[in-house]
Write a protein that binds this ligand. Structure first.
Ligand code: AMP
Length: 307
């Protein structure tokens, strides 16, 4: 049983109301790998970095069961760079800089050893590259989950819609769901997006939790009310990693199990936001994760007597 994770490995510069960092490790695939490797090994990574990406970071990932055969290292170029600034509510942010660098010429090649993977996580990346990875897999994975963002909706909407036809689960935030569907109501947006291809849609609402839509069913999971949110960067990718990691571990892709996977994803994301970058993801243990999931169960558990 294995999981392929495709996406960016990057440097980020982040400003939040609580602090500022100029150059820390980031990238969609980095966060997915840190989260998913708590549940499933190997995580087979497909990405690209420049000559500036630290070897220690690669070693950290390898030690967690992340295979890097599909990570291309370009000797004379820089890694993808993203910079963002969060608003005071920490739920919304402005992208200040997106320097594609190595990503501009990326042509992902699926290593032979990755063929046969049963789960595919298409992290946030150019939609044409997400599609290229799907096409290279000789056997269609049991479940394909896709994440994306407004940046690609602005630049490559047609390509994005082509990938949507091929995936099982789409993850977007509420703003992106509205942009993609051109609907204000999230229920109407979900109906339109489900007609574009995916059978399941997850709409992330930051500190207000996440919604799972499938046919006429909808499930809601809150986010854990945290005393301090330090840096939300990567929370969406970490959620995705926890979500698909749980599904891959349990080998069950039913709607019922996706409800549990959303709680697992939410629990993982709640760690991610506690420190800058992936730092907190590097610290947590299985015991921390189990405790956090139990807190979630407490948060949403109630008995009700009908009157
Ligand atoms: P999230 O906060 O979950 O949306 O993920 C933030 C991470 O995504 C950062 O670490 C960035 O390096 C990465 N990122 C930002 N913009 C893009 C983009 N256009 N394509 C791929 N990855 C991106």
């Amino acid at each position: 049983m294995s999981l392929i994770s495709v996406g960016t490995m990057a440097f980020d510069a982040i400003e939040t109301p609580f602090g500022k960092v100029d150059k820390i490790i980031g990238g969609s695939a980095t966060y997915v790998a840190y989260a998913a490797s708590n549940f499933i090994k190997p995580v087979q990574q497909i990405s690209i970095v420049g000559n500036d990406f630290p070897q220690e970071e690669m070693d950290q990932l390898t030690s967690r069961g992340v295979e890097l055969d599909g990570v291309e290292i370009v000797p004379d170029k820089k890694s993808f760079f993203w910079s963002g600034k969060y608003h005071i509510d920490m739920n919304t942010r402005d992208t200040l800089v997106t320097d594609l660098n190595v990503l501009a010429d990326f042509n992902p090649i699926v290593p032979e050893s990755y063929q046969g993977a049963e789960f595919l996580m298409l992290g946030n990346l150019m939609p044409s590259l997400q599609l290229s990875v799907i096409k290279q897999l000789r056997t269609r994975p049991k479940l394909i989950v896709m994440d994306t963002m407004n940046f690609w909706m602005d630049l490559a909407m047609d390509d994005l819609k082509a990938v949507l036809k091929e995936v099982d689960v789409l993850l977007v935030n509420d703003g992106e769901a509205r942009q993609l569907s051109e609907e204000v109501s999230l229920v109407k947006a979900a109906r339109k997006i489900l007609a574009m291809g995916p059978k399941f849609l997850i709409i992330k609402k930051g500190e207000h939790g996440a919604l799972l839509f499938h046919e006429n069913h909808v499930f809601f999971a809150p986010a854990l009310p945290l005393e301090e949110v330090f840096d939300p960067t990567g929370a969406g990718d970490t959620f995705a990693g926890g979500f698909i990691g749980h599904l891959a571990k349990t080998k069950d892709i039913s709607f019922e199990n996706m409800k549990t996977a959303i709680i697992v994803g939410s629990a993982m994301a709640s760690f991610c936001v506690e420190k800058f970058g992936p730092q907190r993801m590097q610290e947590i243990t299985k015991a921390d994760i189990d405790e956090r999931i139990a807190e979630f169960v407490q948060l949403v558990n109630f008995d009700i007597d009908l009157v």
